[in-house]
Design a protein around this ligand. Structure first.
Ligand code: AMP
Length: 130
């Protein structure tokens, strides 16, 4: 069965898209740790990130870097934190999280509750810099 992220790529489930090319897709995390929290995924479904072949993983990192640079410009932050977990969704993804301090990356932090217009505004702001 296709992962929820494959269904997002296919357009079967809505998302706040940030960027895409033929191999990768970036969209806002629906339970963000910070405004601008973005997920970068390969379109081809692979569960564990280090099962991705070397060339694709390198390309995915460069794609994530471009998205992170746009996030950094659009969202006031010190830097964009990078995290890989994959404990919830078995489709490899890189979390890009704007942070101002180390504790902004703590998984125990309460997630933000944002309404659709705010997600749309954030996505629009990030896309401006891509
Ligand atoms: P993990 O697999 O532990 O890295 O966490 C999966 C992440 O995917 C969590 O941060 C979720 O909030 C996020 N997530 C799950 N479903 C969706 C969705 N439909 N749209 C956007 N983000 C999602």
């Amino acid at each position: 069965m296709a992962s929820i992220f494959s269904r997002i790529v296919a357009g079967e489930i809505p998302s706040y898209k940030i960027a895409e090319n033929d191999k990768f897709f970036a969209f806002l995390d629906i339970n963000p740790m910070a405004k601008g929290h973005t997920l970068v995924i390969p379109k081809h479904e692979v569960d564990y990130i280090f099962d991705i072949d070397d060339t694709t993983l390198a390309e995915m990192t460069v794609f994530a870097k471009q998205v992170a640079e746009a996030i950094k410009k659009a969202i006031p932050c010190q830097r964009v934190g990078v995290m890989v977990l994959g404990m919830e969704v078995p489709h490899a993804h890189i979390h890009l999280i704007p942070i101002v301090k180390e504790s902004d990356m703590l998984l125990s932090n309460p997630k933000l509750k944002l309404e659709a217009p705010e997600f749309e505004e954030i996505a629009h702001a990030i896309k401006f810099y891509l």
